[in-house]
Design a binder for this molecule. Sequence first.
Ligand code: HDE
Length: 713
Amino acid sequence: MKNSQDEKQRDLSINKSDGTNKFLTTDQGVKINDDNNSLKAGERGPSLLEDFILREKITHFDHERIPERIVHARGSGAHGFFEVTNPIPELTKAGFLQEAGLKTPVFTRFSTVAGSRGSTDLARDVRGFSVKFYTQEGIYDFVGNNIPVFFIQDASKFPDLIHAVKPEPHNEIPQAASAHDTFWDFISLMPESMHMIMWVMSDRAIPRSYRMMEGFGVHTFRFINEAGASSFVKLHWKPKLGTHAVAWDEAQKISGKNPDFHRQDLWEAIEAGNFPEWELGVQVIPTEDENKYEFDLLDPTKLVPEELVPVTIVGRMVLNKNPDNFFAETEQIAFHPGHVVPGIDFSNDPLLQGRLFSYTDTQLSRLGSPNFHEIPINRSIAPVHNNQRDGHMRQEINKGRVSYHPNSLGGGCPYQAKISEGGFSSFEERIDAHKVRERSESFSDHFGQAKLFFNSQTPEEKSHIVKALRFELGKVETTAIRVRMLGLLSQVDAELAEKVAVGLGATVPSTLEFPVNKGVSPENEGGNQEPKTVEQAVSSSEALSMINNPTNSPTIESRRVAILCSDGVSEAAVKNIKKALKKQGAKGFVIAPHLGAVLTDNDGALKADFSFLTASSVLFDAVYVPHGLGLNLLAENDDALEYLNDAYKHCKVIGADGEASELLSATSFASKITNDDDGVIVTSEVASEAFAQEFITAMTKHRFWKREPNLYL
Ligand code: HDE
């Protein structure tokens, strides 16, 4: 296999254009002499229809929007490569997984689900995680999420789920939020969603960064090797920077201060050369083990605990180039779980099967034509030859008189590939069944893995889930929906339901009640089966907790620290912390009452990166106040104090040295600081290296959640 790392960039370059030092022209290439004035009958007269320059410009403008994605509309992407570290020819014949060191170009897009294109990055939501591999054998798309399970088991419920979560149809409120009646009405009638609900109410739904999220293929797929033998697989992306979240109050504030927070974070990391990286892992389930577990591998509301089937790392993905043009690349990219290459195939998961129809179909209305594969970002680097012809915006000029197969006039070309020549062949699974509109009994455990997830959380994480549910259900106006949800939560964990109920001022019902809808018996609400709880072989799994996650490494790479300064600040202290942070790949930013120069204690000057107004504590991972003469100015400045108050509330590291530590007594949390809070670091010394070290070590812990009232202690 050829190393094709740069091949996609070369392929894209033929479509790139740059107007530097060029004449302004019409779309027809005619040079324009005046782009400021339309053609008129007299300088104060009406415009003339013959003004082809005006007409062309306005017409293009009138049509420059395309429909946004029906889900996952808000997203950001980047180019990079996938490199094999541990080839797996025994599992799959997919060419891009065959040789150690082999690199394949990729474009990866992260997204939220419910919000529209202009909505905030920090919504409580699932995140999409899609990777287009431009392999030598054609396009392979991984179209996954940052959560390994899904809300529903059957594709037929997807439009209902999305209608329920999107802004309500009568008033288009609320944007990018699940905290409203229609979403919880639907969920309260869909017990199968309870496992996923535990995940979306956890901090997984408010990531610190796209670079700090896991990715999951969700469904079980098949790998097929050269000999035609198949195994079931679950795919995982494990982020090198660990899996981290922000606090919910912080997420809401970020949404106002910088709704592009994740987009900007990804962009700036790549521009700064901090290339985000993930490992690709596989859980392999031999075909003979298909029915071995207490859950069904085809049920997308279930995961395979890593304790039962470990994750084997096969390669790594590095994102190292931002797009040149957001629309052309990030917006026009079209993913499809049905884009597979020989060696990869589908399982019969009924959610996946529905997706296999949806993704091409949606591109037809979104991108406007069956020729969307010709758009540069979607174009395969493997040659494309077939008898598909014509259609809107066709780019390719197919030569010859033959556009059918079989043919003799074209010498039988393009000709079919034998399997040995790389021709795709589906796994020959034997199916002997009745055609039925039913759900398998093996899909009826709706609570077993919801319990597994909840039991795997630390007390802090459990407390966050309760608070998230109090928030979400607290925004629901219909009491019956809240009560129904409490009933479902009680099936997951009695204490969880009780604690949520306290926040809602409600009582947990003793029975599960589903209202009878016209023509539908109650047991048919949410599927054909009575919801059950099946005891799981694994009762708790570290990999499901973000705090206990074994893949989290103690790094502060690319983290951001706000350094609160005013005139008279100790230059040595600022330089000391900046240097120490830089060594760890993190960055300190000078924040001051105004932009421009901040005068230092030794008559020098530091450049303010932000003023207190143009940034905010929630946009940083830690806050540091250096010693200085102007500290009393900071103590009187509410904006400066808000940096500290918010940092404390969001459980971030706070550091102060010399007299700066006295500033902490002006904060709202002064009386709460305890000696055993490892996240508040003060020292009497100025510019001490030991202090900088302690500050950095504290930052590797990410957050000090024990400052918060914990409902599970
Ligand atoms: Fe999607 N999904 N989905 N989905 N999905 C789309 O395709 C759909 C599902 C996912 O960055 C759409 O091109 C159905 C699960 C991602 O461009 C659409 C069902 C998972 C993205 C669509 C599902 C996903 C999409 C909208 C249930 C995780 C963004 C625009 C049967 C494994 C891709 C588009 C990108 C996008 C349909 C369920 C992930 C409408 C019908 C489960 C990451 O085709």
